[in-house]
Design a protein around this ligand. Sequence first.
Ligand code: NAD
Length: 286
Amino acid sequence: MKITGTTKLYGLFGTPVEHSMSPAMYNYCFEKWNLDCRYLAFDVPRERTEDAVKAFRTLGMKGANVTMPCKQAVIPYLDWVSPAVTLSGACNTIVNDNGTLKGYITDGEGYVMNLQTHGMDIQGKKITLLGAGGAATAIQVQALLDGASAIWVFNKKDAFWDFAQKKIRELQEAFPNQEIRLYDLEDSRLLKAKIQDSDVLTNATRVGMAPLENSSLIQDMSLFRESLLVTDCVYNPRKTRLLKDAEKNGSRTADGLGMLLYQGAAAVKLYTGQDMPVDEIREEFF
Ligand code: NAD
């Protein structure tokens, strides 16, 4: 990779970042397209978010992805944010548009694009969503923007509950013609009824990843059926317990790696206008 006096810098802000696949993914695209651009990961703790954005401006960086714990903290330092950022309260992509720093969130787009590649257009669809944290909020917002007719969110009454109540109330007000509701995950009868009425079931909790890699929130195998697309945000392991159970019992499935790749593809599109070779990257790096 040749680096010159005109090479443009892109990066990742957050911590920890040392195991991130983003530098490999984005540099692969830059190299493939012969772009004079390079991408590095920068370890930025939450309290240094403002400094990172100042450095971005000073150095004339062209773009950056933002990961935890800076996704919310970065918003006040940007010049413009997308409707999805305003609605979700989080930003994962900064684009330098001739000196104007624009903030986007592509996690929800990655989710919707992943569904599309599995033959599911979200418009008019009903979704049961397990979880109300960061990934779930991005999904709620994008699914509403893209015309989902109903989103039934189930969460534990844990530390996320109060935030979820407030956020879902706000979203219901912003999208009065679509339905979004929050329910207690403990209410297994209601959960069953909602899954039976859904086109998509998505897990956006941490259940399924270490140390809960052998767990799933769905115990009733009779809920799986051919017409239900079951998706997981967890991408490590790729095939979670939920996806294995769903597959074994006749549902179609889409894994979390797809969502991860397509949120990257959406960011690359914002950076370069080009379409990331998703299948090539999947084979090369994952
Ligand atoms: P978060 O910490 O913001 O939210 C965690 C969620 O999990 C909350 O809803 C919480 O109530 C729920 N939860 C935690 N432990 C639980 C338990 N024992 N039982 C039931 N619910 C429980 O996390 P996040 O950033 O939203 O990430 C959630 C998952 O999604 C993680 O596995 C993360 O790696 C994955 N993720 C994937 C992508 C992708 O592109 N595929 C993007 C973001 C996050």
